[in-house]
Design a binder for this molecule. Structure first.
Ligand SMILES: Cc1cc2nc3c(=O)[nH]c(=O)nc-3n(C[C@H](O)[C@H](O)[C@H](O)COP(=O)(O)OP(=O)(O)OC[C@H]3O[C@@H](n4cnc5c(N)ncnc54)[C@H](O)[C@@H]3O)c2cc1C
Length: 398
């Protein structure tokens, strides 16, 4: 179901309540004023309305506390919401959870198929994702894995070796593509793998002639039943943490949605006993026009069904404007929500994922630099010394 609020980035969170787990608080506002020692006695929980999140976080920070997790809670418990200054509703003796940080990567499959011995797979389907009025062509392509040894997890990529030879008569080199399906595939039978491929098209600056990319054009014209050479899987940078209560912030442009589609299916469309997602997933998705919103129906259906756990924020550059009248690129939306994002990434179980064209990186870096500066922090140092060190900042741009 279409949710118009998604387009503006307002996801209707205003009435929602979130449960904060905090450690390391000073005794109270009073003791704070007297500079008392910080009490470090396990976790304290607060229910906070969405509208007061920023204020609450500032208060916690002033009291020397550290927010360990933020979870959306249901409407029934909303009445218990504490006001600021915070009053604990539950005090638990349990220690703060370990940071989700680095997933055990050893059991993630890599290079099952290499270029000298690729998997020969068949195309099951190849469908256009760009709707009328959109720019370019992007295909959702499903390949058959029946009888093969290819297994993979969400966030990995595969290689495709296009048919034919290059201008020197040598076989084409492989190109990498992010996997757009979960490990169970679109049919949830463990027998398929899907890609989301944009046909590269640009104008040669000298001749003005249109140039089409070799592999993306090859993939674009494939028909069901055609054979394709596949290598991989590869990549461990974009893996999801095991923690089903984590906050997963996704920033994607164009086909950068591919791994995020896999995450969202794993979180919300499949019923995985070992991964019942209860955290918060927030997708920032940048495209040129509304018809270029890839997987729009799927995304909005998930949002309508799980409004407490999935937040969807579009940046539609040719249709939406920033407050100062500029085009709304993804970094514009990141800048709009920079304070909230800044607060979220202070939590040890928040992971940020970026995927899409390389050009998206500097703008996001700039927005986060400003948010960090407001809090007296050097973004470059925080990124390197905290987020990357803890394995919570994941980038795959191309
Ligand atoms: C980890 C990873 C994941 C990826 N995932 C995806 C994905 O999910 N979906 C997807 O569509 N792509 C993805 N890509 C990109 C993909 O691998 C290919 O690079 C892309 O499809 C283009 O390949 P091609 O063979 O069609 O183009 P090629 O024939 O190889 O042409 C590419 C070359 O064209 C030139 N070129 C490109 N644009 C211009 C321009 N505007 N002006 C002048 N010259 C230009 C450059 O020299 C460039 O190297 C991913 C890349 C990586 C590294």
């Amino acid at each position: 179901m279409f949710n118009s609020s998604a387009v503006t980035g307002n996801t209707g969170f205003g009435n929602r309540i979130f449960r904060y787990e905090v450690v390391g608080l000073r005794q109270s506002n009073e003791s704070d004023k007297s500079d008392y020692a910080i009490r470090r006695s396990g976790s304290v929980f607060y229910n906070v309305p969405y509208a007061r999140m920023n204020q609450f976080m500032q208060e916690i920070s002033r009291l020397g506390g550290k927010i360990i997790s933020i979870l959306p809670i249901t409407a029934e418990t909303a009445a218990q919401a504490s006001v600021i200054p915070p009053t604990p509703i539950v005090e638990a003796a349990t220690p703060a959870p370990e940071p989700t940080a680095k997933k055990a990567k050893a059991d993630v499959p890599v290079n099952t198929y290499r270029p000298n011995n690729p998997l020969i797979s068949k195309v099951i389907s190849n469908e256009e994702l760009v709707r009328e009025g959109g720019e370019g062509t992007v295909k959702h392509i499903v390949f058959d894995l029946e009888g093969s040894d290819l297994t993979y997890v969400e966030g990995q990529s595969i290689g495709i070796i296009p048919a034919g030879t290059d201008d020197k008569g040598k076989p084409h080199k492989l190109r990498l593509y992010s996997i757009a399906s979960t490990r169970h595939g679109d049919r949830v039978d463990d027998k398929t793998i899907s890609l989301c491929v944009r046909q590269l098209e640009y104008k040669n600056k000298e001749t003005g002639e249109k140039v089409y990319g070799v592999c993306s054009s090859y993939l674009n014209q494939l028909q069901p039943g055609d054979e394709v050479k596949i290598t991989g899987p590869v990549g461990k940078e974009m893996l999801l943490p095991d923690d089903p209560t984590a906050t997963i912030v996704m920033m994607g442009t164009g086909t950068g949605i591919a791994p995020f589609r896999a995450y969202l299916w794993r979180m919300f469309k499949e019923n995985n006993p070992d991964y019942q997602f209860k955290g918060l997933a927030w997708l920032f998705f940048g495209v040129a026009y509304t018809p270029n919103i890839l997987y729009k129906e799927e995304l909005e259906e998930i949002q309508a069904k799980y409004p407490d756990n999935f937040r969807l924020t579009y940046a539609i550059s040719r249709e939406q404007k920033t407050a100062d009248g500029g085009k709304m690129y993804i970094q514009g939306r990141i800048a709009e929500h920079a304070d909230e994002l800044w607060n979220l990434i202070q939590q040890k179980n928040t992971h940020v994922y970026m995927c899409g064209l390389k050009g998206m990186e500097p703008g996001i870096d700039e927005a986060m630099t400003q948010a960090a500066a407001k809090n007296g922090v050097d973004w470059t140092e925080f990124l390197k010394g905290t987020l990357k060190k803890e394995g919570r900042w994941h980038v795959e741009t191309y």
